[in-house]
Design a protein around this ligand. Structure first.
Ligand SMILES: *[C@@H]1O[C@H](CO)[C@@H](O)[C@H](O)[C@H]1NC(C)=O
Ligand SMILES: *[C@@H]1O[C@H](CO)[C@@H](O)[C@H](O)[C@H]1NC(C)=O
Ligand SMILES: *[C@@H]1O[C@H](CO)[C@@H](O)[C@H](O)[C@H]1NC(C)=O
Ligand SMILES: *[C@@H]1O[C@H](CO)[C@@H](O)[C@H](O)[C@H]1NC(C)=O
Length: 380
């Protein structure tokens, strides 16, 4: 073939493949911080052989094997990255075959916003410190070598989108570890949790972050873990089977968080500091399940049976003995029709719908913040 023909064919080929590789999004990277709701491997790579999500049936729906995520498939952060046209985020703590070209994930299962080592010692402060070191190493590397493959450009620390999804374990810390009652949790713990999150946002701003999304805490009072592990009086249930007192505490926290972020926004006017109301999105899964194609709400998909298909002693991903019987927690046959995967975390399908709702733009404060207007969002 002549050279010119090859050239024209080459151009055609490029025109064909170009749109597939074009991001079409103002946000070239995502930096994520959080707990098991967005951990994509941190705890697995740090404390291997110590987490339930290393065992089947975790990961079965999407990955076909455990993917160190607390879900039958993907988490909301995975869907978020996909929608922005970016690959899954590598965990910062994964030392082999990571690709940080489009950001990094600092989230670790069990993490609290406050500086505790309640379940895992990778609290939000530790994660922010890891981010600072990461950024410094990237900048030092660029200075010596120029842009490096598999590492982000310096620009992304400013233009990237920062996401925080944390706080749920701080409730457990108050109730289980400190043995506080609800009014004590509200008065003594939750204001400090909100301050810790706001402090982290301020810390990221100081490092150059200018778009920061902070997710609230979802309706944990609808989760089998809380419904079974904590004693409830029979009048502590709302019409959808969720704990009224527990969800009250969550909403109390979310209001404080929202107010703290609003105050911060006034101090840092050149940044988009966005509160994301996931509580209302997810609560509606429990209130109007059929609208989303869900059949089961408070009942977990993966478990050992019982009213909620949940037992704290033998959770999804484990085997054990209940009433002298050897049992293992198994998956339901149709995870997509469940909101709850394991009694604590949502299913792949619930995470997908949650992410679609977030990106729809009706749950942001300030309400005029929009991702859809700044990204050619990919279908989920
Ligand atoms: C690194 O990337 C930035 C942004 O893409 C670009 O402006 C800069 O020229 C690049 N530097 C090198 C050494 O390639
Ligand atoms: C919670 O504990 C405090 C004591 O620290 C007590 O005064 C209060 O009555 C308790 N509240 C409830 C609802 O039990
Ligand atoms: C349960 O499993 C253990 C060890 O795997 C075995 O020794 C025991 O006999 C089993 N018990 C029952 C009731 O099957
Ligand atoms: C959103 O509204 C605020 C005022 O409430 C305004 O200051 C800001 O510029 C607006 N942002 C966008 C992206 O329109």
């Amino acid at each position: 073939m002549e050279r010119s023909k090859i050239f024209i064919l080459g151009l055609l080929f490029m025109a064909l493949i170009m749109p597939m590789y074009e991001c079409g999004c103002d946000f070239p990277a995502i930096y994520n911080f959080g707990d098991s709701t967005s951990d994509t491997g941190a705890i697995h790579f740090t404390f291997p052989y110590n987490m339930l999500a290393e065992n089947p049936p975790y990961g079965q729906t999407y990955f076909g094997k455990p993917a160190y995520r607390y879900s039958d498939g993907r988490l909301s952060i995975d869907f978020f990255a996909k929608a922005l046209g970016l690959p899954f985020l590598s965990p910062y703590l994964q030392s082999v075959a990571s690709n940080f070209g489009h950001g990094a994930n600092f989230a670790a299962a069990g993490a609290t916003a406050r500086d505790t080592s309640f379940i895992a010692p990778i609290s939000l402060t530790v994660q922010i410190n890891q981010f600072k070191i990461f950024k410094q190493q990237v900048l030092d590397g660029i200075q010596i070598h120029g842009n490096l493959s598999f590492l982000p450009t310096a620009e992304t620390f400013k233009t990237g989108i920062y996401i925080l999804e944390i706080g749920g374990n701080d409730f457990s810390y108050g109730y289980m570890n400190l043995k506080l009652n609800t009014s004590e949790v509200k008065n003594l713990i939750l204001p400090r949790v909100a301050r810790a999150v706001a402090g982290a946002v301020q810390g990221l701003y100081s490092e150059g972050a200018r778009t920061i999304l902070v997710k609230d805490v979802g309706p944990q009072g609808c989760e089998a873990f809380w419904l079974t592990y904590f004693p409830h009086s029979s009048n502590d249930f709302d019409e959808h089977g969720c704990s009224v007192s527990y969800n009250d505490a969550v909403q109390f926290y979310n209001r404080i968080l929202k107010a703290q972020l609003s105050a911060l926004r006034k101090q840092l006017p050149d940044a988009a500091i966005v509160y994301v109301n996931t509580y209302d999105i997810v609560y509606d899964f429990f209130a109007n399940p059929s609208k989303y194609g869900f059949e089961f709400t408070t009942r977990a998909c993966c478990g050992v049976g019982g009213k909620y298909n949940y037992d704290y002693a033998v959770q999804c991903g484990s085997k054990g003995t209940i009433n002298g019987q050897n049992v293992s927690a198994v998956s339901c046959s149709n995870p997509a029709s469940y909101v709850s995967w394991d009694g604590v975390h949502w299913t792949d399908n619930a995470n997908k719908i949650l992410t679609q709702q977030i990106l729809g733009g009706n749950f942001f404060d300030p309400a005029n913040f929009s991702i859809a207007s700044r990204c050619d969002l990919q279908p989920l």
